[in-house]
Design a protein. Structure first.
Lengths: 272, 288, 420
């Protein structure tokens, strides 16, 4: 095992990174070179795909911005709802906690794509379509089960005496949450937030049905629509460039917050 | 007071998860399509009869199950290997861990486009490779017998890191003392995996299976972008069929029926699986 | 807790950046039209001219939709379902029209386009614009399926299905060309378009014109299915065509890899460009047909439809008229090769001078064959594509495939919408 370990590590890295590397290479390869392997090495490279994306109408960074906005609002809303809720649930009786856990767990398992039709109807009914702030509502709703599971576990992990002591000091509920409990569950909140953000950033079916204005699309939907403007060529160069640009923020997030993500998933999800 | 705090979140969840199910139940008993001017008209269960007689729905159900079973199976095996590798101590482990997590973080639609290019005939790298090896053309995306496996590969690539994470967490709960004791008694490292690691990891594996099966049952983005359900409908999932019915055919009554039926089928599968696991004694309640 | 605070700050920053980049400018009497990306480029000059002609009164804005027909259909439908579509008119594919009308999304165009205007259209362009006697669509360009052939490889194009296979096979055996016949075999709408032409070649029709019932149990359907399968099994067409859409087909023909190609008129201009390896060696004709059967050319074409809820109907109609004026059509034909719809333009000396294939286009338009005109078309076509795709890629038994197709189409017609 020890002697072959470098081999396994190399295999693991190849498996994980090669497809992405291929996208990176493709994004710098000219459209002609993609379909013609006879073009000499020096003439295969181009920045045209990136230029096309960034000078598009709307330019690609608009989609990045939209996704950031949606991700940020959804994360804030989810946490705003989930933290007090998890606190309340964590202090309930054993029986209530268990039944709520079961329901929330079932919701976390639900393949949410099946909800798109009813959610589309809601969007139409309440005029929520084509609104980047409004789409945070279904996103928060869909992310809540996971967020609750993680945060309930976090609150349950805190000693009850702490809360009681704070109450004896005369601190109100909000103050206790803000000054005593929040700091203690900050790591769990952070990792929950990251997971919710990732969910909102990657979500496709709801965005596909709730957003139709081209300047309001989020990345996953925009990706499928970029498709290059030329009807004559294989559009994979533009796709690849879009993948690279769209992935960079996520790669940064994951590489920076890897520890929080791991901690978050391991704390709560498994206990649930 | 506790309930008051809990309520807003629970209400939003009820709205997002509960209301659609009720609505689908109601819609599935109505015709609501281009033939009714998109207005719901009661139709005495005709949607359900149509569903029972619709070979395509059942074909999609089988395909969805096949996709889920094979990808989750592969993912568990691969993730176990990856987790064991990443749990050992070696230089640079942190970096490799972070890098191997990356596929999971990328939006599915993005990498689905990437895979479409990688599997492309004749310009994709795999096809070029096959050409060099003299076995081209592979026609990876136009083979009704095998294209579903291409979608499985793309799914395995993306979600294995997630399971790896869960299993890594499980591995970290196993105290090192257990292993040293085992070695003291003369056990080999390899035997330790079956004697200690796997049994103690079982709950984590089960939860991964449960979670991933449910997710795989709702597979949509990946297939929509990678194959669009083709060739010959061989990769179409239930969610996609429901989407087609609603957004392309404007048949909302039937779309709701398909979704509700898909949900019921999935619940059935998960419930049976849970029962089987429980009776097999593998499942032990976890300490919370 | 630092981690927490940093994340919160990050989120706030993102929020702020988002709302700043998101402000919009308000403009009076703005008309917005949704088009697939290629048409946006094709109309750019005319849109500019329209805006300078109407400056201060109407501002025409074009939304650049996706290129792919299915994606733009998804986009249009989700906009319409959401209730307040962000456009006044859109380009509608000929097959969507009955569905959109049934969904009550469109406003009739009769007040702005009278019967004289309709009569001035070339015959093929007159089809597929009306539902139940009301005009709901004004054609953007005429579009029908064509057979492209290589003038340097054969003295004359094939006339019958057998001849097509024969010529292609001979050329392949002689090593003169890599592939014989390329067409659109991917599981998507293009496959249905190809099928309609192939089916006519053997004297069949998708729906029986008398009864409106599917006819996949006919001899013609059987011969067509056999022939399509043969194309691939005998190597006349590469197996890869079963994953080809228009771009891949054109690519293969353009680099000189194929002797024959089924495609739309737009391909002509590209084949005559400098990057084309077959420039000046391409002829255009209509699809083959059995002796005694008349060939057909599947009617494609996009057209402008006005949305029922539009607040700017008059202005939108003016914009549609400008974008489809004789002048605009002439420009688009000369610049981008889009086929005109005005009958008079097919005899315009300047146009004839620019393109020797115009008479062929007119001929093809005269045999234009619409796909079934029903709100259920999308489902019907989807059923067809699935079975055909199975036939092409999986070597399925044609009898069985057609049998299932017939049954499924019948079930659909009976139970779609679930009205009992």
């Amino acid at each position: 095992m020890n002697r072959s370990r470098p081999l396994w590590i190399a295999l693991l890295l190849m498996w994980s990174l090669l497809p992405m590397l291929w996208q990176l290479i493709t994004s710098f390869t000219s459209g002609d070179a993609l379909v013609n392997s006879d073009i000499p090495f020096q003439q295969r490279w181009t920045l045209a795909h990136y230029r096309e994306l960034l000078s598009g109408d709307p330019p690609f960074w608009r989609y990045l911005l939209n996704s950031c906005l949606v991700g940020a609002v959804s994360t804030l809303l989810t946490l705003l709802l989930a933290v007090p809720s998890a606190y309340g649930i964590a202090r309930m009786s054993q029986a209530s906690r268990r039944s709520i856990r079961t329901v929330v767990g079932a919701a976390a398992l639900f393949p949410y794509v099946l909800l798109f039709l009813a959610l589309l109807e809601l969007a139409r009914e309440f005029q929520l379509g084509n609104n980047l702030l409004a789409i945070a509502l279904p996103y928060a709703g869909l992310a809540l089960p996971l967020a609750l599971l993680l945060l309930i576990s976090a609150f349950e992990g805190l000693p009850n005496e702490l809360d009681d002591a704070a109450r004896l000091e005369g601190l109100g509920l909000l103050d206790r949450l803000r000054w005593v409990l929040m700091p203690l569950i900050a790591p769990a909140t952070a990792s929950t937030g990251i997971l919710v953000f990732l969910f909102a950033w990657n979500e496709y079916p709801i965005a596909l049905t709730w957003l139709s204005r081209d300047d309001l699309l989020t990345l996953p939907v925009a990706m499928a629509r970029i498709a290059g403007s030329s009807i004559y060529a294989v559009p994979y160069g533009a796709y690849a460039a879009a993948t690279v640009l769209g992935s960079l923020p996520l790669l940064a997030l994951v590489l920076l917050c890897q520890r929080q993500i791991v901690a978050g998933l391991t704390n709560g999800a498994v206990k649930g | 007071m506790n309930w008051l705090l809990a309520l807003p979140a629970l209400l939003l969840m009820a709205l997002v998860f509960g209301w659609p199910l009720l609505r689908y139940g109601w819609l599935s008993m109505h015709a609501s399509s281009v033939l009714t001017g998109l207005e719901p008209v009661p139709n005495q269960g005709a949607n359900w009869i149509r569903l029972l007689e619709d070979p395509r729905f059942w074909q999609d159900a089988v395909q969805t199950l096949r996709f889920g079973a094979v990808s989750v199976g592969l993912e568990i095996v691969l993730a176990l290997a990856m987790a064991l590798l990443l749990d050992q101590r070696w230089r640079g482990r942190g970096v490799v861990r972070a890098l191997s997590l990356l596929p999971w973080a990328l939006p599915t639609t993005m990498m689905a486009l990437g895979w479409r290019w990688i599997f492309n005939t004749p310009y994709g790298p795999l096809e070029q490779f096959a050409q060099a090896a003299g076995v081209a053309p592979l026609n990876l995306l136009s083979n009704p017998d095998w294209t579903w496996f291409a979608t499985v590969m793309a799914d395995v690539w993306k979600t294995t890191p997630f399971i790896t994470l869960l299993l890594l967490a499980g591995l970290q709960t196993i105290p090192d003392d257990l292993y040293s004791a085992f070695r003291l008694e003369g056990g080999k490292t390899r035997q330790a995996i079956t004697a200690i690691t796997l049994p103690l990891l079982t709950p984590y594996i089960l939860i991964s299976i449960l979670f991933r099966t449910a997710q795989a049952a709702g597979v949509f983005d990946l297939i929509q972008v990678l194959t669009g359900g083709g060739p010959a409908g061989s990769t179409e999932s239930i969610a996609q069929y429901a989407y087609l019915n609603a957004m392309r055919f404007l048949d909302f009554g039937y779309s709701a029926t398909v979704m509700l039926a898909g949900f019921l089928l999935l619940s059935l599968v998960i419930f049976t699986a849970a029962l089987l696991l429980q009776s097999s004694g593998l499942f032990r309640p976890l300490k919370s | 807790m630092p981690v927490m605070r940093r994340l919160l700050l990050m989120l706030m920053g993102l929020l702020l950046a988002g709302s700043i980049g998101w402000s919009s400018v308000h403009r009076p009497e703005q008309v917005t039209i949704l088009m697939p990306a290629p048409f946006v480029d094709a109309t750019a000059a005319q849109v500019k001219r329209f805006n300078s002609d109407h400056s201060g009164r109407i501002l025409l804005k074009v939304i650049r939709g996706p290129r792919d027909t299915e994606s733009i259909s998804d986009l249009a439908i989700s906009s319409l379902l959401l209730g307040t579509p962000p456009f006044d008119a859109l380009l509608v594919d000929v097959t969507w029209l009955p569905k959109y009308v049934a969904a009550d999304w469109l406003q009739p165009l009769d007040p702005w386009f009278d019967s004289d205007a309709i009569d001035s259209l070339v015959s093929g362009a007159q089809l597929g614009n009306s539902v139940d006697g009301a005009l709901y669509r004004w054609p953007f360009g005429a579009d029908v399926g064509l057979l492209y052939w290589r003038t340097d490889l054969m003295p004359a194009p094939p006339q019958t299905p057998e001849e097509l296979i024969q010529i292609a096979q001979d050329l392949r055996t002689d090593g003169k060309v890599k592939e014989g016949f390329v067409w659109q075999g991917r599981q998507y709408e293009g496959l249905s378009c190809n099928f309609v032409e192939f089916l006519s070649a053997f004297g069949g029709a998708w729906l029986d014109p008398e009864t409106g019932q599917p006819t996949f149990d006919s001899q013609a359907a059987r011969l067509t299915a056999d022939w399509m399968q043969q194309l691939i099994t005998q190597g006349t067409s590469p197996l890869a065509v079963s994953n080809y859409a228009e771009p891949e087909t054109l690519q293969a023909f353009k680099i000189g890899d194929a002797a024959l190609m089924r495609n739309w008129p737009y391909a002509w201009a590209e084949l005559q460009s400098d990057s084309s390896a077959v420039k000046g060696r391409v002829g255009v004709t209509t699809m083959v047909a059995q002796p005694g059967e008349s060939p057909s050319a599947t009617l494609g074409s996009w057209g402008f439809s006005l949305l029922r809820g539009s607040q700017h109907q008059q202005a939108t109609a003016e914009a549609i008229r400008a974008l489809t004026s004789t002048e605009a059509q002439r420009d688009r034909f000369l610049m981008q090769g889009y086929t005109p719809t005005q009958a008079s333009l097919f005899h315009d000396p300047e146009l004839l001078d620019a393109s020797p294939v115009l008479p062929q286009l007119e001929k093809a338009l005269s045999i234009a064959e619409p796909r079934p005109i029903t709100p259920l078309y999308a489902q019907m076509s989807d059923l067809l594509q699935r079975q055909l795709s199975g036939l092409l890629t999986g070597n399925r038994d044609p009898d069985q495939a057609l049998d299932q197709l017939q049954g499924a189409t019948l079930t659909l017609l009976r139970s779609a919408g679930g009205v009992s």
